[in-house]
Design a protein around this ligand. Sequence first.
Ligand code: GDP
Length: 534
Amino acid sequence: MLDRSDNIPALPPQIARRRTFAIISHPDAGKTTLTEKFLLYGGAIQMAGQVRAKGEARRTRSDFMQMEKDRGISVSASAMSFDFGEYRFNLVDTPGHSDFSEDTYRTLTAVDAAVMVIDGAKGVESQTQKLFEVCRLRDLPILTFCNKMDRESRDTFEIIDEIQENLAIDVTPASWPIGRGRDFLGCYDILNDRLELMDRADRNKVAETVRLEGLDDPKMAEHIPADMLETLREEVEMARELLPKFDQQALLDGTLTPIWFGSAINSFGVKELMDGIGNFGPQPQPQRAEPRQIMPDENKVTGFVFKVQANMDPKHRDRVAFVRLASGHFKRGMKLTHVRTKKPMAVSNPVLFLASDRELAEEAWAGDIMGIPNHGQLRIGDTLTEGEALKVSGIPSFAPELLQNCRAGDPMKAKHLDKALMQFAEEGAAKVFRPMIGSGFIVGVVGALQFEVLASRIELEYGLPVRFEPSQFTSARWVHGSQDKVDAFANANKGHMALDNDDDMVFLTRLQWDIDRVERDYPDLTLSATKEMM
Ligand code: GDP
């Protein structure tokens, strides 16, 4: 998704109306509550509370999910589609915990924009900052929602300054809060010259809106006490003088973020944010691929896998590959080509993640996310086309930051462990390395919590207790070079060599010094900390 140039011809209406985005936030800022309100306004659920209730039901399915619940984190990403006015929203959920940043990174390759939720009392928190940086790498447009304005929050200018400074992005207020905490009355909608008043009595009611003729409209005084009105006028005037003006192109370029103030739990400010996503957010964007970029309005269907989730239902060893459609109009039953294996694949039972439940997708358009159940053929990074040998690029695999040996509790079951680990490797949940010397596996992850998740999933899904033990290695680097050079290097360093789950050669070490040495002694080889998913 690059080249957001102005000369892209207008997209067909079915594609142009799609908005595919993710919500990023620090845990507790209100992502779940906001998601729920999105679904409520999207008509996907009838009353608030259903997302959580549904989540609970799903989570009780396994202890692994129990763990997720206990720790209050979300380790699995899912997608939800719903209509809002003329728009079709595709909301892709991202895992919030920092240990799952690789998964999050890949999820963000499948969206065209991100909504950043911050807590009005806490401002930019660590996880928001990290996720923001990932969005920045891809120049994703970002819309900001400052939540929990019904509670004591920070000064509005201070919040905006903090975002501008910490995240190095211009911020323009789309709305301006009136009063704070207990005295919070609502917002002045700067983009539309409207007054939006929060109803504290009914949390599911959309705010009352008063049309105004600018800040000096006498109607304001009917709703806002004189002292607060004076403050509002001063602040908005100051904001208009000091802060950048709204500029859709700057939003689409990822250099400016509009900020809405609200309270998700009180359903306040949410609809305005959704209007913002619809009216100003990006349409499905071109997709980077080799040997050429894919445009969303191409007639032929292309898509790529950005996530694989195995064992969503432990009774069936099914896997669901999450596919982002990059172009075309997909219809159920279509035969697509699985480019990596060059094999045809009839996509007869795709799932559109309509918020109500998993539903069979009859059709999908560029920008949509669909789930394709499969038995393991589809891997992260795979491209599907109508025949052309295109390969979507830019979906990276990161070198793990933590390595541990993994052993089956019962040595007789080592074969099963092989299978389980390969599955998680293909799912993208871990890197699995088979050392050239000796037996067993070395498992690499980005965050320590992933070892625990893996151990409990292997036990649950494969009935196999496993032990993770410290490894003598701490870093892994993929080795690139001509085959003979790589082989010679591997032979001279057998004790450090392993193959990953794609049989690519990896150099394991515990010292940066070692990596530097190899780079010095083997100028024909490169060691890299990322590789593109095949
Ligand atoms: P997540 O961890 O980002 O998904 O956050 P949740 O949506 O679960 O919200 C965290 C907590 O903040 C919950 O107890 C919510 O009820 C509460 N919360 C969410 N939005 C608001 C809000 O606008 N005002 C107040 N006072 N609390 C909120």
